[in-house]
Design a protein around this ligand. Structure first.
Ligand code: NDP
Length: 261
């Protein structure tokens, strides 16, 4: 039996065990996936080996610690400095980032290439890089300045709420944790509302509840999309690594989707 887990803190809310176990069972792979609340990210590597794992996913706040724990890094994970998937091969830990490619697939149905990110955290960081690499024009709007520095260094157009110079954006995307457990908007309503008529869609990385951001978009008759597909797609790409390519993305996804039925 191959053992897998998700490391995070908190981790009790995660749908990853259900998603992966549905896929293991449906595809006939000998695997079992649990969850592990890890307090200290520095203990990730020793915990991984002590549990006898074949692979793991990593969620908040340990993605940078997971990056540091790996022996080998996929080029994209190295570029963005965050790992959410680890696979053990011959005693070595191989690290990948599947959040950003999962998000890229989730927005593929939309044509627009001009994107406004609300937020400048870890998820925005990896996602902005992959979107730009795939021809998107990404602007970042964040509540405060410090997190923007990394983006400015990488050449992204960046604003805080105080100096925002609005343009027309095809996709407006909530990359913050505003709305995760509260009813906050990711940016002030007077900044968001004028942008809505020019947008093709408003997208949220949060899943499992309607955020105030998506409720605002719906009230203005904007198409919306939440973070469910991103979660499923990052999971399916991780599953491909876990099973060393034995199953294709398209056959994994329907089993993972059952976790949301
Ligand atoms: P971080 O903690 O790294 O970043 C948080 C960001 O949110 C910062 O830009 C912060 O702004 C901003 N922020 C927090 N609260 C507010 C608020 N009330 N108003 C305005 N801005 C706020 O978070 P992550 O990048 O790790 O995660 C971001 C979101 O992505 C989370 O909601 C997470 O659940 C979701 N996610 C979803 C995934 C999926 O598969 N669907 C996968 C991974 C993440 P400031 O810099 O000013 O503090």
């Amino acid at each position: 039996m191959n053992l897998f887990t998700i490391f995070g803190n908190p981790v009790s809310h995660s749908r990853s065990p259900l998603m992966h176990n549905y896929a293991f069972r449906g595809l006939g792979f000998e695997g079992c996936y649990g969850r592990y609340q890890l307090e200290d990210g520095k203990k990730l590597r020793e915990t991984f080996f002590a549990l006898g794992l074949k692979g793991a996913n990593i969620t908040v706040p340990h993605k940078e610690a997971a990056f540091a724990a790996c022996d080998e890094l996929d080029p994209f994970a190295r570029q963005v400095g965050a790992v959410n998937t680890i696979v053990e091969r011959d005693g070595k830990l191989h690290g990948y980032n599947t959040d950003a490619p999962g998000f890229l697939r989730a927005i593929a149905p939309f044509d627009g290439r001009r994107v406004l990110f609300l937020g400048a955290g870890g998820t925005a960081q990896s996602t902005a890089v992959i979107l730009r690499d795939h021809g998107y024009d990404v602007t970042i709007l964040n509540r405060s300045a410090p997190r923007l520095e990394k983006f400015i260094d990488q050449g992204f157009a960046c604003y805080t709420f105080d100096d925002f110079k609005p343009d027309t954006y095809d996709l407006i995307i909530n990359m913050t944790s505003a709305g995760l457990t509260d009813d906050h908007l990711p940016a002030p309503e007077h900044l968001l509302t004028p942008l809505l008529p020019g947008a093709q869609a408003c997208i949220d990385v949060i899943y499992g509840r309607e955020t105030l951001f998506l409720a605002l978009a719906k009230a203005h008759n904007e198409p919306t999309k939440d973070g469910t597909d991103m979660l499923i797609y990052q999971g399916a790409i991780a599953f491909e690594y876990f099973t060393d390519g034995a199953y294709g993305f398209e056959e994994i996804v329907p089993y993972m989707r059952k976790a949301f039925e």
